[in-house]
Design a protein around this ligand. Sequence first.
Ligand SMILES: Nc1ncnc2c1ncn2[C@@H]1O[C@H](COP(=O)(O)OP(=O)(O)O)[C@@H](O)[C@H]1O
Ligand SMILES: [Mg+2]
Length: 413
Amino acid sequence: MTRHTIGLLLGTEDDWPSAFTEILRRLGPVEGPGGPHAFDVERITIEPFSLRDKPRYDMAIDRLAYWYYHPREWLKKVAMMDGVYLLNSPFTFQSMEKHAAYCAMMRLGLKVPETVLVPYKNPLDNSRYVYTAARYNQPFDLDAIARKIGYPLFMKPYDGGAWRGVSRINNVAELHAAYDASGEMLMHLQKAIDYDVFARSLSIGAETMVMKFLPDQPMHLRYAVEHDFLSPDAGLEVVTISKLVNAFFRWEFNSCETLVSGGEVYPIDYANACPDVALTSLHYYFPWAMKALVKWAVFALVTGRRARLDLETDRYFAIADEPGMSYGEKLGEYRKLADAYFDTERYQDFCATSLARLDQLMLDWITGPDFDQLLVRTVQAVYPEHEHDQFIAHLRGLLHLWVRDESARLAAA
Ligand SMILES: Nc1ncnc2c1ncn2[C@@H]1O[C@H](COP(=O)(O)OP(=O)(O)O)[C@@H](O)[C@H]1O
Ligand SMILES: [Mg+2]
């Protein structure tokens, strides 16, 4: 028996880690090259480490290191020195903020809305900055930049996340108020897209789920349970762009936002190091997410998938630079590179053969009392007491809907 240890690097969440651990436990050993493979899941603790220590983990699923530097540097050490497989790569998530993802996407010919990076409003808290700014910062005309982009527009931090510092700007007064308030945050100005549909896709390894997103709703109502809300062409484009960005940066657990307007697909937010997988927000889609995470982790470990630290950007840029190739043809070529990176075909074969029992196992777990206890525990941890009954009923209803749809799907298969 080959044993693999998966470490979870966690912040406050307890819902999906419990689900992930339980599903792997129920799954038991999985047949692979050289016989059966078994999986242990542990929560990683933070402690001093020698740079020459050998880690006990074969894989780490990270939800913390984007904000905390000690675990982030540990991740880099174990990826670089010990070949630990990471979801995600801290190297590209640290250096490739939302801004760099925009640059990459524009370079690849995607329809990122017009975007301008403006210098800090306030001097940085660094004694040398004043000198540098006085000597080298060019005065600039904020109004003229905004006029050129056109109103309405969005002002938002170059590194993004959780809507911090994001505002929609309709006129000059709002522009100045937002810029004055931005302080030491580094801001983009971006043309607003007047969209028909907001598609949010969650990608885990070789799988992508595109969900209809309602950003103005409270958290628990943002993901609408609606299928076929995009035309087949737009749907394919959204999935392809998600896989492309992820393969390009070696991100394997990421959520992406695209605005669809009159058949055109505009990417706006493509670098989320710690995508939302909370039971309370994903609800109906939570079983899908947990299955995808289990399948990808097992596939990567059993097949000995190696993390690639290099980016091979030239292979993508060569397609972008191909004269005479249409946007659609380029997307097709990017998709081939992305599918090759994620080893999509082999992954699908592996899931169909070695993990065929997972669908029924998940259905049984979601239908049973253990999952219901997790649901209740999660609601109790997330909402104030007077809202518990309401949210327990809300979530049970949506999971019941999933059970009904999934049972029909498995019966038909
Ligand atoms: N160019 C845009 N056009 C229309 N809406 C936008 C645009 N940029 C941002 N938004 C809105 O603002 C929200 C937050 O912006 P986003 O870039 O996703 O920042 P964050 O990384 O903080 O999530 C988006 O979910 C969307 O509703
Ligand atoms: Mg966003």
